[in-house]
Design a protein around this ligand. Structure first.
Ligand code: BDP
Length: 708
């Protein structure tokens, strides 16, 4: 197996009793009503149930006997008379119910929704249930999404390179579109629909205006046509200077009437081709991107101008809050709040402001972004990174469910206790009428889609949490393993255990104790805490840890940058006090002496050594644990994961030794006895050059033997 089937593998059920139960229940799929989404739901059930039962499940026009799955909307002939139809109303346009029912005196399984797409979501819920070998007795599956727009953000360029992509080239083959439609587009849509994703931004936030030209819009339309039956809307990134670059105007000033007219015309042109176009995602005045500030206007001026053009078509603007500049305050992380908080209430109703999970930049661990809870009048969208830019890219196994869960459950205290980030973004806290969550996609044209077998889980968990941010990441991990590898407990338990420990292990060997952004410049892959040569201070790792002979850490308390004041009082006090700040975020908020004590009783230096060492050991345990599934899953995927775990183990040691060599050189402290000595000198690590294509031989190949 290459992994190409993702979690939609549908292998024959190996347990005789369960197989018999399924074979009796799944003889044919009866579609009540017509429509493109019903067609794909029926096709998916036929494919899935045929595979799982090992027989040919048929399609049928009517329930002719026992063993039918009946799919339809609430108003369809087969569903409308059923008792469950009355309960559908409360579930909204995308909700579903899957239950045993009686149609024409025959026991059936009904898959019902208020819309066809709801039926499709019910279809995938049933297939998930069956792929997990669960009983059909008292079957009752119900769901409706808590967040309205659940969107992948592709950072894909028109030349098929992918910014921060580690899974090959872009899956959008622009030169072959619209004439050639790769079968992958449909499988991409199936995979997304199966986890409830209902939107995709096709292009990079560092945008290229060309995608808005007529020839590209025809290609975009072709993709939208493939995705539509799966309930997936297409969005594009809008380059703010497009009116100048492709429109021959001399300005892109959002208050200029020609500029407004240009965007209105452009949006109308898009909707002519794509009537359900989702809208624009915009990165403006950030990292060199053009924006309204170039003309002395605000983010709200820029966003509202686009919002006006989109509003007649029900399109939305997702305006990113990822801003920092070299003129920013002495603490980069404060800028987004300072720029956006004063604009609360100034955005049109079809604008969302999208903030990354943390105030810095997708680090292995950072606190939640202080904008969450701070903009009650502006719907905030949460941006998570699925592609692992700072977390070991394709190779390192880091299941991001716990990271996502950590931010969703973080309490902003915006309206007292329980004001979690999840309640902010699902709109319940501030009564947002529009809600969204985005994940920066990790999908490419690699056979396994995501650059590694295990990275598929991060796509999966993003979708499942976007649907319901209250699900547990552990339960989702189990779901994924059951569908992707095996239902055998001797596989499920160890693999879930590896996944659940993996992100903590990575934080331990890369950025323990609240360290951040100490990766090598540009590639962000290997360690580079010593780096200090880039032109802008906040691009350099030394800016973030500020280690010297006496101390380490960034003082963000009231005696420092006072970034803690951007949080609600309870949160700011907790982070700002040395007594209450969790050690996991210690150096993010505090500057401490090397000999100060961590909560463990160890000194800060000893704690750093301890955590770095523990991280390497944890990967060793993950590796050993993985060995236990050998022979219980297919050899190809077993081998893929084993190979990457070996690389990860070596590279964890590289991270540990390089970071401790550097911090030890600054603090003049030695690795205490009882811990492995450093394998090489600091200058050795500083001399390593990490290849820009990290699939090439690793810097860490210098290690031999057991990395522990
Ligand atoms: C940073 C990435 C950069 C992105 C930027 C962003 O390194 O490639 O363009 O985020 O989110 O983390 O705009």
């Amino acid at each position: 197996e290459t992994g190409a089937d993702l979690w939609l593998r549908y292998p024959k059920v190996p347990i005789p009793g369960r197989l018999a139960e399924y074979q009796a229940a799944f003889k044919r799929v009866v579609k009540s009503g017509t429509g493109a989404s019903l067609d794909v739901a029926q096709a998916e059930l036929v494919k899935g149930l045929s595979g799982l039962t090992g027989g040919a499940v048929e399609t049928g026009a009517a329930v002719e006997g026992p063993g039918a799955v009946v799919i339809g909307t609430a108003t369809s002939d087969a569903i409308k008379g059923l008792p469950l139809a009355s309960r559908l109303g409360a579930l909204g346009p995308e909700g579903y119910l899957v239950e045993a029912a009686d149609v024409g005196g025959q026991p059936v399984i009904a898959v019902a929704g208020n819309t066809e797409v709801g039926v499709l979501y019910g279809t995938f819920a049933l297939l998930r249930h069956v792929q997990s070998h669960s009983s059909l007795d008292k079957l009752s599956l119900t769901g409706s999404p808590k967040i309205g727009h659940r969107i992948l953000n592709h950072w894909d360029n028109l030349d098929r390179s992918v910014e921060r992509g580690y899974a090959g080239r872009s899956i959008w083959d622009w030169s072959a579109l619209p004439g050639t439609i790769s079968p992958r587009y449909k499988d991409y849509a199936r995979a997304n629909a199966s986890i409830g994703i209902n939107g995709t931004v096709l292009t990079n936030v560092n945008a290229n205006a060309q995608v808005l030209t007529p020839s590209y819009l025809t290609k975009v339309k072709a993709l939208a046509d493939v995705f539509r039956p799966y309930g997936i809307k297409v969005y594009l990134t809008a380059r703010f200077s497009a009116p100048v670059e492709i429109g021959n105007l001399s300005t892109a000033d959002p208050t200029n009437s020609s500029v407004k007219q240009w965007w209105t015309n452009k949006v109308n042109e898009i909707y002519q081709q794509i009537p359900d176009f989702g809208g624009f995602l915009v990165k403006a005045n950030s990292e060199g991107q053009p924006g309204p500030q170039d003309y002395g206007r605000t983010h709200a001026d820029g966003a509202n101008m686009l919002a006006d053009a989109l509003a007649p078509h029900d399109g939305i603007v997702i305006w990113r809050a990822f801003v920092y500049s070299d003129t920013s305050p002495p603490d980069r992380i404060k800028q987004a709040y300072e720029e956006f908080k004063p604009l609360d209430g100034k955005f049109k109703s079809n604008v969302l402001v999208q903030a990354k999970n943390g105030p810095l930049d997708f680090q292995p661990r950072e606190p939640f972004h202080p904008l969450f809870g701070a903009m009650p009048k502006t719907p905030l969208a949460l941006e998570l990174q699925i592609t692992k830019e700072y977390l070991g890219e394709d190779t390192h196994l880091a299941y991001l469910g716990p990271l996502y869960e950590e931010v969703l459950k973080a309490d902003t205290y915006a309206a007292g206790e329980g004001s979690t980030v999840a309640r902010v973004i699902d709109g319940t806290l501030h009564k947002y009428t529009t809600t969204a969550i985005s994940g920066v996609a990790n999908v490419g044209d690699d056979a396994n889609w995501t650059g590694s077998q295990m990275n598929q889980a991060n796509w999966y968990v993003f979708g499942r949490l976007a649907w319901n941010p209250d699900l547990s990441s552990e339960a989702i991990a189990e779901e994924w393993v059951r569908q992707t590898f095996s239902n055998d407990p001797v596989v499920v338990e160890p693999v879930v255990q590896i996944m659940m420990e993996s992100r903590k292990a990575l934080v331990d060997y890369m950025t323990p104790l609240g360290l951040v952004h100490i990766m090598g410049n540009d590639h962000h892959y290997g360690p580079g805490p010593w780096l200090n040569s880039l032109s802008r201070a906040e691009w350099n790792p030394v800016y973030y840890h500020k280690a010297d002979a006496n101390s380490i850490g960034f003082n963000r308390t009231s005696s420092g940058s006072n970034a803690v004041a951007q949080y609600a009082a309870q949160v700011g006090q907790k982070f700002g006090s040395r007594d209450t700040v969790p050690d996991d975020l210690l150096l993010f908020f505090h500057r401490v002496g090397w000999q100060d004590k961590a909560k463990s009783g160890r000194t800060v230096w000893e704690e750093l050594v301890h955590r770095y060492s523990q991280g390497v050991d944890e990967v060793g345990v993950m590796r050993e644990t993985w060995k236990s599934v050998e022979g219980r899953i297919d050899g190809k995927r077993f081998g893929d994961v084993s190979d990457f775990l070996q690389i990860q183990h070596y590279e964890a040691r590289w991270w540990r030794d390089a970071c401790l060599a550097y911090f030890g050189s600054v603090s003049k402290l030695q690795v205490p006895s009882g811990y492995a000595p450093l394998a090489n000198t600091l200058s050795f690590y500083q001399g390593l050059r990490c290849p820009s294509d990290v699939k090439k031989p690793r810097c860490s190949q210098v290690y031999t033997g057991n990395p522990s």
